[in-house]
Design a protein around this ligand. Structure first.
Ligand code: LLP
Length: 441
């Protein structure tokens, strides 16, 4: 399985995804439209799950990092694929619970969880809470006591691994709002503090070294540092951590500057980590911990394609050509945030030569509203269906109503079927929470 195999060109020269003609999808559901390939998502869940099964004797759990793409259907898929999920807010938790996702397989994250979110997590019976602050430990301990529970927790640790990725999405450098550092002793101190909490059961540690990472070595290094730390905590406090969560971060293909990773190769990432953990467990005479990983982007990223209709085309002689589409930063803010790169195609003319270079602009009122810059494309015409690839992660989940644009719907495709998993927002939805107080009338 490889995502490029799930994207085909049909006999009409149209882009095909999940057995559906993208041009027909655009006609039926309108544009802009997020399209998600169900098979791809399921295949990726299975790749990780099977690797843990085969390489690690099933002593672990894949958690889908649902911040990448959260809606009820995706939690349903995760449930059917027998994996867990990570949630980072009351809203994500609510969505998972509403979809019927088993709470014991939910891990809850957040560097500043609200009291209301912790209360809600306890009420739902969330399996594990990943604690990231002293104040959170105190608050959670108190809340657990109130409801007569002993809550499983992990502590978020910052292993100080520098991963090669865009610095905005690195989370484990020494200067990070996430985690307690191994190097300055704060991880050790919070361990001692957490062990003293009567209503919390410390099970182990979590770390996440960043996102869109391709180097196996970074993951291996993080595993190594975590195992060394766990050995240290056993010696110092007699505390045996039985769970180790190594976060997510595996990179995906956006453009040909990125590696094209097949599912087999994703399994190799996990293999490398498992080998490291096994070796270190032996070296430090530790039991092999229950292993958790939290891939988000690699499960849903390449499953997604966004379809647009080409509108205005503007050529600035000697400078560049703008091809404007009916979407923009409100449905994909990643260029504006990270200068993210994407591959664009014309879904209705896949066999035409890409002999133009254009910047795909959105419809928002600001110059930085770009979907992708300087991409090769056949000469586009108004009315063409433009598709941007690998948009399944952090697009819909980061969408907003900027300029009061409705958030586009999401359609799930599989074997020629296409169904809404998120319905289109209407203008009525946009004003739903607006209030004009009496004194303004
Ligand atoms: N676990 C934790 C604790 C995380 O913070 C993240 C991502 C993940 C797992 C999943 O990482 P993944 O496998 O998706 O790389 N909005 C940015 C990405 C932010 C990632 C934040 N944390 C983007 O659009 O690139």
């Amino acid at each position: 399985m490889n995502v490029r195999e799930t994207l085909k060109i049909d006999q009409n020269g149209h882009l095909e995804i999940g057995g559906c003609d993208a041009v027909e999808l655009a006609k039926k559901f309108g544009t802009p439209l997020y399209v998600m390939d169900e098979k791809y998502i399921r295949d990726m869940c299975r790749v990780y799950r099977d690797t843990i099964e085969k390489k690690y004797g099933g002593n672990g759990l894949v958690l889908y990092a649902s911040k990448a793409f959260s809606c009820m259907a995706v939690y349903k898929i995760a449930q059917q694929e027998n994996i867990g999920v990570d949630v980072v807010s009351g809203g994500e938790l609510y969505t998972a619970v509403k979809a019927g996702f088993p709470a014991d397989k939910i891990y809850m994250h957040g560097n500043n969880k609200l009291r209301s979110e912790l209360e809600y997590a306890l009420e739902c019976g969330v399996g594990t809470i990943v604690v990231d602050a002293y104040s959170e430990l105190d608050m959670l301990d108190g809340l657990a006591e109130k409801c007569g529970k002993k809550q499983d927790i992990l502590l978020r640790v910052n292993p100080g691994v520098e991963a090669h990725t865009h610095h905005f999405i690195q989370t484990a450098k020494t200067d990070s709002k996430f985690g307690f550092s191994l190097s300055d002793g704060t991880a050790e101190k919070i361990t001692e503090y957490a062990l003293g909490k009567k209503n919390l059961r410390l099970r182990g540690y979590h770390c996440h070294i960043g996102s869109q990472i391709f180097e196996k070595q970074s993951f291996r290094l993080a595993a190594d540092k975590m195992m060394a730390f766990m050995s240290g905590m056993k010696q110092k406090f007699g505390f045996v951590a039985d769970k180790l969560n190594l976060g997510g971060g595996y990179g995906i293909w956006y453009t040909d500057e990125d590696a094209k990773i097949s599912s087999a190769q994703y399994a190799l990432y996990l293999d490398a980590v498992v080998d490291e953990i096994k070796a270190k467990a032996k070296e430090y005479s530790l039991d092999e911990p229950y292993l958790l990983i939290e891939p988000g982007r690699s499960i849903v990223g390449e499953a997604g394609v966004t379809l647009y209709t080409v509108g205005a085309i503007k050529e600035i002689p000697g400078v560049k050509k703008y091809v404007a589409v009916d979407g923009g930063m409100f449905e994909n803010p990643r260029y504006a945030l990270y200068q993210a790169k994407y591959t664009a195609v014309l879904a209705n003319r896949m066999n035409d030569k890409a002999d133009d270079v254009v910047t795909v602009a959105g419809k928002c009122c600001e110059s930085g509203d770009i979907v992708c810059a300087n991409v090769p494309l056949p000469k586009a015409k108004t009315g063409d269906i433009l598709a941007v690839l690998s948009t399944g992660a952090y697009n819909y989940s980061m969408a907003s109503n900027y300029n009061r644009n409705p958030i586009p719907p999401v359609v799930l495709v599989n074997e020629g079927h296409a169904d809404y998993v998120v319905k289109p927002q209407t203008f009525e939805d946009i004003v739903r929470n607006d209030v004009v107080p009496e004194r303004l009338r």
